[in-house]
Structure formats: structure tokens, C-alpha cells
Design a protein around this ligand. Structure first.
Ligand SMILES: [Zn+2]
Length: 291
């Protein structure tokens, strides 16, 4: 009898344990499901939609496809009612350029858009053109910046840091004025070195200084990353391209004192020697755009 009672007791205990463990096993997935099925909090963002991936060509190349779309870059210097030199422009003449850009359906783009297009074939808006202003003249701030705001056109400002705010000779814009332009969202500031000296006349150490110190000061004063460089005093220099890249710049604007060398940006050697047209050729260049 005792043995039977013992067997029954063991049987009851076994059944109890079996049921208990089944409940435990069943509760786990239920608990997980109930956690997952809780309505998503509005703070949790939906998963990002898949984006087409654009493959970049190796730096500093320009993609073959991008070479087929002509993008002129116009280079301006001082804007003055009475021109000092031939490459200055009057405010009235600059306003005519902007009017022409609008009438011809051209779209001023940013340098970032152009570099993205050069490296990944990212599409550009219709009839793209890039406007650039060199040497940070006060006349550029006084006359070109209000026009850019009026038309909502972006532009590049190439600034040599040693001359910011200088009133000697042709006056230059101040840090405060530069900050105002950057904060407008229309102006991309590029480094134009510290002292505006031809880089192939300097020692390697001085080239490094001109490249890195100008970037450091511009970033400190303006609070934005400085990603682009503009060669001072003429054409690009092959021997310093690697230094420009090493200093952290993603692209460099060039020019030529020989109008025959000027060409559309997409025909430049690479993104460290991007060619521009002097503004005196604006009507000629814009007249040829028909795409
Ligand atoms: Zn310059």
C-alpha cells in the first residue's frame, strides 16, 4: 500500500512538473510576441527606404559620364561702379548677367553639387552654371551678395585669410560680413591661401602652411568645414595637387591667364584642377549653352 501511495505521489509530482515546464516553455514566445506586437512608439523612425547607390570614381578623377555635360564656371573679381581693372565688373553689368541667367533658364549650382556629379554622376538641374567670386573684395559683398539673395543663386567665395577686413588698396570684406554670407546658406567659402602667393614659388613647408593655416582659420572663424581650395595667381600646379588633397580639400578651382586654355569644368583634368572662365567671356559662353 505504501508503495502504491509513493508511486501515485511521484506520478502527481511528475505531471505537475511537466505541466509547469510546458507553461514556462509556452510563456516565452507569448511574452516575445506581446513585446514585438506593442504599437510602435512615434519616436521610433520607420526603416529608411532603399536608396540607389551611386558609385564614386577614384579621387580625384572625373567620371566619363559627367564629362558629357557642359558646366561653365564663371570667375568674378571686384564689383565696382568704376572699374579699377579690366576683370572688375560694374554692379549694373553683373545684374545683367543674373538677368540673362534667369532668362536663359540656367540653374546656378553649388560646388558640392558639381563635385558630387563629377564623382558619382549624381544628376544636375537643367543648364547648370557655377558662379565664383575671388579675393573677398568688399564690392563683392556690397553688390554681388544682395543680387545672389535676390535671385536665390548659390556662389563660391574664395578668401585669402591674411587680407580679411583689410582696408588697404581694394578693401576686403570682414569676418562678420563673411559669417553673414555663410549663414545665408548661399555662399560656399573656399580657401584661397593665407597670403595669395603663387604656390610654385614657395618652399614645400610654406606651401603646407598656406594650405593648412588658411583652412584652420576659416573653419575657426566661420564655424563650417572648408572643403574646397582655389589656386591663387593663375593656373593650377600639378606638383602641389597631392598637398591640397593631404590638407583635406575635396576639390580645387583653377583659372588661366590664357583665354585659350579656359574651358568648361567637365573638361578639366580632374577635381583638383577645375577650370573656369573669366567673367568678360560670360555672354560668349552663355550664348553657346543650348542643352
Ligand atoms: Zn585670387
Amino acid at each position: 500500500m505504501r508503495r502504491i501511495v509513493l508511486w501515485i505521489a511521484l506520478l502527481v509530482l511528475g505531471i505537475t512538473l511537466a505541466i509547469g515546464s510546458t507553461i514556462v516553455v509556452q510563456q516565452r514566445p507569448v511574452a516575445e510576441v506581446s513585446y514585438v506586437s506593442t504599437p510602435a512608439s512615434p519616436a521610433i523612425a520607420p526603416p529608411p527606404l532603399p536608396q540607389p547607390t551611386l558609385t564614386a570614381v577614384p579621387f580625384p578623377q572625373i567620371s566619363d559620364k559627367a564629362r558629357s555635360l557642359d558646366v561653365p564656371i564663371i570667375m568674378y573679381h571686384d564689383v565696382k561702379p568704376l572699374k579699377d581693372v579690366e576683370w572688375d565688373i560694374t554692379p549694373e553689368h553683373l545684374a545683367q548677367h543674373f538677368q540673362t541667367i534667369q532668362e536663359k533658364g540656367l540653374t546656378p549650382i553649388t560646388l558640392a553639387q558639381l563635385i558630387d556629379h563629377f564623382q558619382t554622376d549624381a544628376p544636375l538641374p537643367p543648364k547648370p552654371i557655377l558662379l565664383t567670386f575671388d579675393d573677398n573684395y568688399l564690392g563683392e559683398y556690397r553688390y554681388a551678395f544682395p543680387l545672389l539673395k535676390q535671385y536665390n543663386y548659390p556662389a563660391v567665395w574664395s578668401v585669402h585669410t591674411h587680407y580679411v577686413g583689410s582696408q588697404a588698396g581694394k578693401p576686403k570684406a570682414t569676418w562678420e560680413q563673411l559669417r553673414e554670407m555663410v549663414q545665408s546658406g548661399l555662399i560656399t567659402v573656399a580657401s584661397h591661401t593665407v597670403n595669395h602667393l603663387r604656390l610654385d614659388t614657395l618652399s614645400p613647408e610654406k606651401v603646407d602652411y598656406e594650405l593648412t593655416e588658411s583652412k584652420r582659420v576659416l573653419e575657426q572663424q566661420l564655424g563650417v568645414p572648408i572643403q574646397y581650395f582655389t589656386y591663387p595667381e593663375g593656373d593650377y600646379i600639378d606638383s602641389v595637387k597631392h598637398k591640397i588633397a593631404a590638407a583635406g580639400y575635396q576639390a580645387a578651382l583653377s583659372m588661366s591667364l590664357d583665354a585659350r586654355v579656359e574651358r568648361v569644368a567637365n573638361q578639366s583634368d580632374d577635381v583638383l584642377s577645375i577650370m573656369r572662365f573669366g567673367q568678360s567671356r560670360f555672354e560668349e559662353i552663355v550664348g553657346t549653352i543650348d542643352h
